[in-house]
Structure formats: structure tokens, C-alpha cells
Design a protein around this ligand. Structure first.
Ligand SMILES: *[C@@H]1O[C@H](CO)[C@@H](O)[C@H](O)[C@H]1NC(C)=O
Ligand SMILES: *[C@@H]1O[C@H](CO)[C@@H](O)[C@H](O)[C@H]1NC(C)=O
Ligand SMILES: *[C@@H]1O[C@H](CO)[C@@H](O)[C@H](O)[C@H]1NC(C)=O
Ligand SMILES: *[C@@H]1O[C@H](CO)[C@@H](O)[C@H](O)[C@H]1NC(C)=O
Ligand SMILES: *[C@@H]1O[C@H](CO)[C@@H](O)[C@H](O)[C@H]1NC(C)=O
Ligand SMILES: *[C@@H]1O[C@H](CO)[C@@H](O)[C@H](O)[C@H]1NC(C)=O
Ligand SMILES: *[C@@H]1O[C@H](CO)[C@@H](O)[C@H](O)[C@H]1NC(C)=O
Ligand SMILES: *[C@@H]1O[C@H](CO)[C@@H](O)[C@H](O)[C@H]1NC(C)=O
Ligand SMILES: *[C@@H]1O[C@H](CO)[C@@H](O)[C@H](O)[C@H]1NC(C)=O
Ligand SMILES: *[C@@H]1O[C@H](CO)[C@@H](O)[C@H](O)[C@H]1NC(C)=O
Ligand SMILES: *[C@@H]1O[C@H](CO)[C@@H](O)[C@H](O)[C@H]1NC(C)=O
Length: 503
């Protein structure tokens, strides 16, 4: 499939291109962060002070608003929380047609609040190509007018201007190296990228692997969308670059980098203004579930704070705003539309994110309701091997699984493995990577205890809280990662062999 001979020159050029572009966008990581979007289509939208209280309790340091609500901006004053505000699409035409209107908007919504409220970003419109095609011709002008007003107020260094784009404007996004922006949009994309380049701003992209997966008619595996480990033969390889893609998110981010490179722009960083997964859907949306939402957002957060970067730009994390803080019950559309949130209006988590061991607190990882179970449909031989490892070298006390003991029934490998996995996971303080077992284990919030078979309970918060915030994008996230003797990533046989050799 991949020929080396004739392609080596092209490959070499590509390698050089990649190296060069890395060095040009490398500055992006200084400001890399994790944030949360705050939509307000709730029948009982909490008061701004309650919203801010929730943000503080959850140590959320970056947020994005869909407007520039005065009450919110006042409540956010002197909190240190960094704020991206939005010019709603309804106001875009006016601003794009009048410099004075733009200046007035900036005076009223930015200058009046800065610096008490740390506004860092202005999003001009939202998915304008799709949502408001008649504003497309004035989009770049609107950005320039807003920028001009910031310059006049001497705020252009502190506050960046861009416009969130739907990822659907990137065509042929796999393989990423062949991606390009819908060519009919080039008359706007080219000046837009020039603007972002000249102002040191970012390309804002909304990335929804949920929809990519839903619309792929089975081509995209669910695990690939959820950042779950894939068997090596299922990993997607970009034949042009030989880069391996293990998840949709990275592939989309790199597609955006290549689409920009196609227009000769290599020094504009990508920032993800929206990404998430719905926790509930109607019958036509069977994969909008609590477990999938939890898995996606937990994996996304770990991916971002781990500074993994993307295959094209390894080590350069992509700043991302999770969609979204609250479930928006008054949003029109399908059931899933109303269920993207992390919290209900009372600030109660919809689900508890699995961030244990990553040294992060978010959506109160204090609850002890996370369990590690055998993945449904997992290969029984792999389950057996993992079970043997857990009860042997893994040092789990498996006596409850013996005949006559409370967890013997049901006597099947999945049920026994679940007991062993959950015990190991808790024994290891729910450390990162301690619920993997070569991909045959998964996390759930449902207690698998049954009858007299009570699973490992309450390990409190040991190992889960390091009192650090989501925005600490330093090496701290990797250096404080505990060196657990986990099961992940290492070949099963090798692990077993080592155990035999050293015990
Ligand atoms: C706002 O946040 C930026 C980025 O972290 C920081 O450099 C700046 O000092 C903050 N400004 C204010 C007024 O707090
Ligand atoms: C728009 O207004 C700003 C001041 O707010 C000014 O600096 C700039 O020159 C104006 N631009 C145009 C095109 O009129
Ligand atoms: C490209 O954009 C044009 C204009 O918005 C649109 O009509 C067309 O459907 C898009 N093409 C694709 C393949 O999405
Ligand atoms: C990109 O650069 C190449 C080589 O300099 C040039 O041929 C091409 O027209 C440029 N493309 C665009 C969209 O500017
Ligand atoms: C964190 O990154 C390292 C390599 O940089 C990788 O081996 C590890 O699997 C990552 N962990 C997570 C949870 O993504
Ligand atoms: C989350 O944690 C904070 C601080 O520890 C606590 O006050 C709050 O009650 C917790 N919320 C939930 C829903 O557990
Ligand atoms: C933790 O587990 C214990 C025992 O199962 C239970 O009583 C307690 O309410 C749980 N705590 C939380 C925060 O869910
Ligand atoms: C293992 O668990 C059983 C209960 O299932 C308990 O009686 C026994 O003492 C435990 N063994 C060790 C070594 O902790
Ligand atoms: C944490 O672990 C230590 C030692 O294993 C134990 O003494 C302590 O009680 C644990 N704390 C909590 C909150 O579970
Ligand atoms: C957590 O960090 C905050 C701010 O850095 C500090 O005020 C607080 O005392 C810390 N809490 C603990 C338990 O270390
Ligand atoms: C980031 O790293 C620098 C240098 O290693 C260190 O001084 C600083 O405290 C770190 N910041 C955080 C938030 O960990």
C-alpha cells in the first residue's frame, strides 16, 4: 500500500514541512488550556453569581460565553477566570457594516469590563458559514472593525479576535494530509487566515466526533470517536505521512492544520471552541449515553492536559472548550441537543468525570461511584488472561471468586474479571490507566455489586486530588502522574513473563 522508493522525496519534503510548521506554531502551547462553554437556554438558568460559584468550586479557569452578558461579566470580575465573549450572529451584520457600531460594541461590552473581568478573546459570530450565509461577505470586515476598536482602546495585545468555524467546512478530512477547506469558501478563508496570522490569533474550530461518528454509517468505530484504545490493525494511518491516528479529535485538528497549509498558512494555531458528547438521546441516538459522554469528556480532558498534542504536532496541546457547562433544556431539536451539559441547574454533576490520577479536579471527582468492569463483548481469552494477571501479579484478593464464596456466581469469565478489575482499580487508588487491562476493561458509574457479592467500596479521595487546576498546562500534569504498575500499554505476555521472573 505504501511505496517507499518513488515517494521518498515527497516524504522527505513532507517531513521538512512538518518540522518547519511545528517550529512556527510551537508558541501555541504556552497558553494551552481547558475551558468550558456556557450556554444559557435553560428554563431555570442559574444567577450569574451561582454560575461563578460553580466555576470556582470546580476550578474552571477558562470559559466561553455565547454573548457578552453584562450580569455574567460583572459576576466574573476579579475572579481571575479568563473569558471568551461572543458577538451573537444576530449582531454580526450590523457590526460588519459599520465601524462605529463595532467600536460601540467594544466600548460597551469589553472596555467597560476590562481588566476587572479578564476578557481574553472575542468570538465574532458562531459557525457563520453554516448558520448565517448572508453575513459571510462581511465576516472578515467585522473581525477587522472589532480589531480596530481594540487597537484604538489599546487592548489588542491582551484580547484576541477570531470566529468559531464548524469542522464541516473542512472537506476530505481523512487522511488529514489531504484535507482542504471547501474551495468555494476560499475568497473568505484566505483573508480570514491572513487576518489571524497578522494579529497572532487562532483558528477556532468546533469539533464533534459524536456527529462524525453518527454520520459515518458505521465507518467510524465508536471507540475511535471516544478516544478509547483501538487494536493496532484498526488504527487509522495517513498513507502520505505515515502518522497513526487513534481518535477522531486529533484527526480533525490535524486536518485543519493541513487545510491551512494548503493555503500556505502554517503559523496559525488551532483552538477548539467546542467539543463534547451528549449524555442522553432519543431512540435514534443510541450512543448518546451517560457512559459515552463520560468516556468522551474524561478522555478529552486527559488528552488535553496530558499535553499529548496531535500526531502532526506532538507535544503541542490544543486548547479546548468543552461543550458545555449546563444541560440546556429549552434548546430546540432532538433530545441529545438538550443533554450536552456536565451539570444540572443546581450545579449537580450529570456524571462524575473519570479524571482520577490525572491530578485534576473537575465535576467533583470526589464521589466514589466509579467502577471498573469487563468491557461488553470483550474477547474471553483476553479477559481470562487479564483476570489471571489481576489475581496473580496484580495482587488482587480473589478469594471471593472461589466456589462457595459470595462472588462465585455467576460463574463466567466476564463477571469474575469485573470483580478483579474493580478491586485492582480501587486498590490502585483509581489511578490513571489502572482500568484498561489491554483494552478489555472500562469505567462505569454503575456499581456492579450484586447480592451478597459486594465490590470494593469507598477508597475516599486517595490519589485523586492534587489541588491543582485545569489550567496548569505545565509539566506538572505529566510529572505528577503516578508511576503505577498498571496493565495498560504493555503486552500481556511480556507482563506475565516479567511477573513470573520477578516474583
Ligand atoms: C488575564 O489573563 C492573562 C492570561 O493568563 C494574563 O496574562 C493577564 O495578566 C490577566 N489579566 C488580568 C487583568 O488579570
Ligand atoms: C474604525 O474605527 C477605528 C477606531 O475605532 C479606527 O481606528 C479605524 O481607522 C476605523 N476604520 C475604518 C475602516 O474606518
Ligand atoms: C461548499 O460550500 C458551498 C457554499 O457554502 C456549499 O454550497 C457546498 O455545499 C459546500 N460543499 C460541500 C462539499 O460541503
Ligand atoms: C501557495 O504557495 C505556492 C508556492 O509558493 C503557490 O504556487 C500557491 O499559489 C500558493 N497558494 C495560495 C492559495 O496562496
Ligand atoms: C499521556 O501521554 C503519554 C505520552 O506522552 C502517553 O503514553 C499516555 O498514554 C498518555 N495518557 C493519557 C491518559 O492519555
Ligand atoms: C463538590 O465539591 C465542593 C468542594 O469540595 C463541595 O462543596 C460540593 O458540595 C461538591 N458538590 C457535589 C455535587 O458533590
Ligand atoms: C461513597 O461510598 C459510600 C459507601 O458506599 C457512601 O456511603 C457514600 O455516600 C459515597 N460518597 C459519595 C460522595 O458518593
Ligand atoms: C481475602 O478476602 C477474604 C474475603 O473475601 C478475606 O476473608 C481474606 O482475609 C482476604 N485475604 C487477605 C490476604 O486479605
Ligand atoms: C488514604 O490512604 C491512607 C493509606 O493507605 C489511609 O491511611 C487513609 O485513610 C486514606 N485516606 C482516605 C481519605 O481514604
Ligand atoms: C489549594 O490551592 C489553593 C489555592 O492555590 C490554596 O489556597 C488551598 O489552601 C489549597 N488547598 C489545599 C488543601 O492544599
Ligand atoms: C510551571 O513550571 C515552572 C517552571 O518549571 C514552575 O516554576 C511553575 O510553578 C509551574 N507552574 C505550575 C502552575 O505548575
Amino acid at each position: 500500500m505504501i511505496k517507499f522508493g518513488g515517494k521518498s522525496m515527497k516524504l522527505l519534503q513532507l517531513v521538512i514541512l512538518v518540522v518547519v510548521s511545528v517550529s512556527l506554531v510551537v508558541s501555541a502551547d504556552e497558553d494551552a488550556f481547558l475551558g468550558v462553554n456556557i450556554g444559557t437556554d435553560l428554563s431555570d438558568m442559574p444567577h450569574p453569581t451561582q454560575v461563578v460559584a460553580l466555576l470556582k468550586a470546580q476550578q474552571i479557569r477558562h470559559i466561553r460565553l455565547y454573548d457578552a452578558d453584562r450580569g455574567m461579566l460583572l459576576a466574573l470580575a476579579n475572579t481571575g477566570i479568563k473569558v471568551a465573549v461572543t458577538i451573537p450572529n444576530e449582531q454580526l451584520l450590523g457590526i460588519g457594516q459599520s465601524n462605529a457600531t463595532a467600536a460601540h460594541w467594544v466600548a460597551q461590552n469589553i472596555v467597560a469590563h476590562y481588566p476587572a473581568t479578564n476578557i481574553t478573546t472575542i468570538c465574532v459570530g458562531s459557525e457563520v458559514f453554516d448558520s448565517l450565509p448572508n453575513a459571510v461577505p462581511i465576516l472578515v470586515t467585522a473581525l477587522k472593525f472589532i480589531q480596530g476598536a481594540l487597537v484604538a482602546s489599546r487592548l489588542d495585545r491582551q484580547i484576541k479576535v477570531s470566529t468559531p468555524l464548524a469542522s464541516t467546512i473542512i472537506l476530505d478530512s481523512f487522511p488529514p494530509s489531504q484535507a482542504f477547506f471547501n474551495r468555494s469558501l476560499n475568497p473568505v478563508m484566505v483573508p480570514l487566515l491572513k487576518f489571524l496570522q497578522s494579529t497572532g490569533s487562532s483558528l477556532m474550530l468546533n469539533i464533534y466526533p459524536y456527529y462524525d461518528y453518527m454520520n459515518s454509517n458505521g465507518v467510524i468505530p465508536l471507540d475511535y470517536a471516544l478516544f478509547n484504545p483501538l487494536p493496532a490493525n484498526k488504527e487509522a494511518v495517513d498513507a502520505n505521512t505515515l502518522l497513526h491516528y487513534t481518535n477522531v479529535f486529533d484527526a480533525m485538528v490535524d486536518a485543519a492544520y493541513y487545510a491551512m497549509a494548503f493555503l500556505n498558512v502554517t503559523n496559525v494555531p488551532v483552538i477548539v471552541t467546542e467539543s463534547g458528547w451528549p449524555s442522553k438521546g432519543d431512540t435514534k441516538e443510541p450512543d448518546a449515553t451517560l457512559d459515552n459522554a463520560n468516556t468522551y469528556n474524561s478522555n478529552l480532558i486527559k488528552h488535553i492536559i496530558n499535553q499529548t498534542g496531535t500526531p502532526k504536532h506532538p507535544g503541542i496541546p490544543v486548547s479546548t472548550y468543552i461543550y458545555e457547562l449546563y444541560n440546556e433544556d429549552t434548546k430546540p431539536g432532538s433530545v441529545s441537543e438538550k443533554n450536552w451539559g456536565l451539570f444540572d441547574p443546581n450545579g449537580k454533576p450529570i456524571y462524575t468525570l473519570q479524571l482520577a490520577g490525572s491530578g485534576r479536579t473537575f465535576a467533583n471527582d470526589t464521589a466514589n461511584q466509579t467502577h471498573c468492569i469487563a468491557k461488553e463483548g470483550a474477547d474471553s481469552k483476553m479477559l481470562q488472561a487479564a483476570l489471571d494477571w489481576a489475581c496473580g501479579p496484580g495482587k488482587v484478593n480473589c478469594s471471593a471468586l472461589l466456589q462457595g464464596q459470595p462472588c462465585y456466581e455467576p460463574d463466567n469469565v466476564a463477571s469474575h474479571a469485573t470483580f478483579a478489575f474493580d478491586s485492582y482499580y480501587h486498590m490502585m487508588g483509581k489511578g490513571d490507566g489502572t482500568c484498561d487491562f489491554n483494552g478489555v476493561a472500562m469505567l462505569t458509574t454503575t456499581d456492579p455489586s450484586h447480592g451478597s457479592c459486594q465490590f470494593f467500596a469507598s477508597d475516599g479521595m486517595n490519589g485523586t486530588f492534587l489541588n491543582s487546576t485545569l489550567s496548569d498546562m505545565n509539566s506538572t500534569s505529566s510529572s505528577t502522574r503516578r508511576g503505577h504498575s498498571g496493565y495498560a500499554g504493555v503486552g500481556l505476555l511480556i507482563k506475565a513473563l516479567l511477573a513470573v521472573l520477578f516474583l
